[in-house]
Structures are given as C-alpha cells and as structure tokens.
Design a protein around this ligand. Structure first.
Ligand SMILES: C=CC1=C(C)c2cc3[nH]c(cc4nc(cc5[nH]c(cc1n2)c(C)c5CCC(=O)O)C(CCC(=O)O)=C4C)c(C)c3C=C
Ligand SMILES: [Fe+2]
Ligand SMILES: [Fe+2]
Length: 357
C-alpha cells in the first residue's frame, strides 16, 4: 500500500501516434506492422488481422507509403515527431514538472519515456494523448499502451489521463486563432476534413448499442452515449469552431479522409467531396484538419498535395490549407492549462474504454 503522507512527484507524458524511423521501405514496413496489428486499429479477430496485414497490406503498401513519406520528410525527420518534440520543449518551459514525449508506435517508445520519468522519481503521472477526439484507434490505444507498458515495468505510478478535449473552449479558441489569417481572406467555403474510422468502431463505442449511426443525424445531436463517439465529437468541434469564428452553416462542411480497406468508413469522403465542390460553385476553399494537432503525412501529403491537386484539377481556383496547431502559443497555453488542472486535482482518473475481446 502507498504511504498517504509521502510527497508525490508529478510528471507529464505527451503521447502522439508516431512515424517510421526513416523513409526506407523496410522502416516503413516495421512501422506499419506495429500500427496495423494493433487490435484497436484493425479490430478483426487476431488470425484474420494478421493474415490481412501480412498477405494483403505489407507486401505492397510500405513502398507506396515510403514514397509519400519521402515527399514530407525534413532534414530533422518526420514532421509529426519534430513538431511533437518542439511542443514538448515549449511545455517544459511553462511547467515545473518533468515532461516527456512518447509515440504509440515506434520511437521514442512509451516504455523508454516511462523509464525516464521513473528515473526522475515521478510516481504521479499525467498523460496527455495528443488527440482532441476519442477514437478506439487513436486516443484509446494510447491510453491502453501506457497502462500495458507500465504494468510490465518494475515500478508503479498513479496515472491520470487528459480526457478528449474536442469542445474545450481554450482548444477551440486556439484553433480559431490559428486559422484567423485564412478566414480574413475572401473564401467560398471552409472544409473540415477529419481522419476517418470504420463505422463499426463507432457502433462499438455506443454504450446503448442502438443509437449511433442509426439515423443520418444521430451523432449530430447531444446525447449521453457520446463519450466515446468520434463522429459526434468531430461534429462538436466543427460547430464550436464555426460558432466562434462566425461561419454560417451554408459556408462549411465536414468530411472524412484516409480510408483503408473495404469496410464502410465514415462518410462523406474528403477526396470525393473535393472533386465535386468546384462544379457546385466552390472555387476558393479553406481546408482545416482539427483531428490532428501536429502536421503529418495525412495533412501535408494527403490534403496539401493530393487533395489540392484533386480540387484544382476539378476546376477549383484557390486551395488554402490551414496548418495544424503545431507549436502555436495558444496551443501551448492549452497544454499548460491541462497540466495546471491536473495539479489542482480537477481531473478524475477515469475514462471509458471500449471492451476488447
Ligand atoms: C485522428 C487520429 C487518427 C485516427 C482516428 C486514425 C485511425 C486510423 N488510421 C489508420 C491507418 C493509417 N493511418 C496512418 C497515418 C496516420 N494516422 C494518424 C492519425 C489517426 N489515425 C496520423 C497522425 C497519421 C500520420 C503519421 C505520420 O507519420 O505522419 C497510416 C500510415 C500511413 C499510410 O500508409 O497511409 C495508416 C496505415 C487506420 C486503419 C485507422 C482506423 C481504424
Ligand atoms: Fe491513421
Ligand atoms: Fe454518435
């Protein structure tokens, strides 16, 4: 039993998704294997998941993905990792407790970050998964990974997790501020493009088992079942943003990108929407991707290169992609606020988890 009079040592762990070690096809294959054999990402029964990954995905996808990573790689490495490291450094300057960074897949690993924090005496850890929205394949797998790795290590820490912050006014304020100069220009429409997930994942996260995805607008309404509903939460971010930025309903829409495989994923799809927009009179477009707090392959390459080309080839005239929050000072303010709330004991160490077989 822990001694209630002992002084606790707090620490902070930021967890992002991760990238391959390099753009070599072998490194990309290693990364994709770890990513796609995660049962919270491809949630088929284990033998099917391994067969799909080893027989259908790993023989061909690493080469295509490596080419895509080539286009975005910087001298310092993967944008997602470089930006996350910068954010970690900036947060360290703001708070008086140790702050470490870990990636759910690849490096720096969760295990190495936990070891570092333990070596600094941390036994009361605040974990911030760097995802505004709850998805089994992003937020939840980050939480599970921290718990699993800690259980295997020879020391104990209390864990508190930052809940998804999709409608936190400070996060919305930071997003609006980051998009300000784009929204001051003349534009026809704002497209909010979120990373997609399979529809099945949404149904699994519905504790009632009979609400989400039952009607076209179910997830758009407020409902107590939405603690784990990615579809509801991305809509809530979009409404809050539009409200704060003063964008009328007819001037914005929401789509989902990055579909993988043949199962039904959330619709409408970003690529199809971009191709259709010019014929509907949308020629000057602003695009935002608030599911990502750091620019990455999905924003720089998929939206900024592929998406731009699709839109312009279909007759669009201007395509403006708003950068993610990255190291925006208001985003660092938000992270600092989360740490202060943890220090004040304002967060409950509880969060829902989708049951895994
Ligand atoms: C919002 C966060 C994310 C969710 C939810 C998510 C779900 C999800 N992703 C895949 C498959 C892939 N995603 C890939 C890249 C990628 N995904 C996210 C975030 C979420 N994914 C990020 C930030 C990135 C970029 C990483 C980087 O290094 O920049 C990839 C790898 C690239 C590729 O080969 O296309 C895959 C694969 C699934 C299947 C899924 C939900 C089930
Ligand atoms: Fe993804
Ligand atoms: Fe829902």
């Amino acid at each position: 039993m822990s001694n209630p009079n002992k002084q606790r040592t707090r620490g902070v762990l930021l967890v992002n998704l991760g990238s391959p070690e390099s753009t070599d096809v072998g490194d990309v294959r290693t990364y994709l294997r770890e990513f796609l054999t995660d049962p919270r990402v491809l949630d088929n029964p284990a033998p099917i998941r391994h067969a799909v990954v080893n027989l259908f995905i790993l023989p061909s996808r690493p080469k295509d993905s490596a080419e895509a990573y080539e286009k975005i790689w910087t001298e310092e490495g993967s944008p997602l990792i470089v930006i996350s490291e910068r954010v970690t450094e900036l947060l360290r300057e703001r708070v008086d407790v140790p702050v470490e960074l870990a990636m759910r897949y690849g490096n720096p690993s969760v295990k190495s970050a936990l070891r570092k924090l333990a070596s600094m005496g941390v036994d009361d850890l605040f974990v911030i998964p760097l995802y505004p929205h709850y998805a089994m394949s992003s937020y939840e797998t980050a939480v599970a990974k921290v718990k699993d790795e800690l259980a295997k290590l020879p020391f104990r820490m209390d864990l508190t997790f930052q809940p998804p912050f999709y409608d936190d006014p400070a996060y919305i304020d930071a997003l609006v501020d980051s998009a300000k100069e784009y929204l001051e220009q003349d534009y026809d429409h704002v497209l909010f493009s979120y990373h997609g997930v399979p529809e099945r994942h949404i149904k699994k996260g519905d504790p009632s088992g009979c609400y989400c995805l039952q009607t076209a607008d179910c997830c758009r309404k407020k409902n107590p079942v939405h603690g784990m509903c990615y579809r509801h939460q991305v809509h809530a971010t979009t409404w809050a943003f539009a409200d704060k930025a003063g964008i009328p309903p007819e001037k914005y829409s929401l789509t989902f990108q990055s579909r993988l495989g043949r199962d039904p994923w959330l619709t409408p799809y970003t690529d199809k929407t971009l191709e259709r927009m010019p014929s509907k009179g949308i020629k000057k477009l602003v695009v935002m991707s608030p599911a990502f707090v750091s620019d990455c392959l999905e924003t720089i390459e998929e939206l900024g290169m592929e998406g731009r080309e699709d839109f312009l080839e279909a007759g669009g005239e201007e395509f403006h992609l708003v950068p993610c929050l990255n190291d925006h000072p208001k985003w660092i303010d938000v992270l600092e606020k989360f740490v202060r709330e943890f220090e004040e004991g304002a967060l409950v160490d509880e969060h829902p988890v989708i049951p895994q077989p």
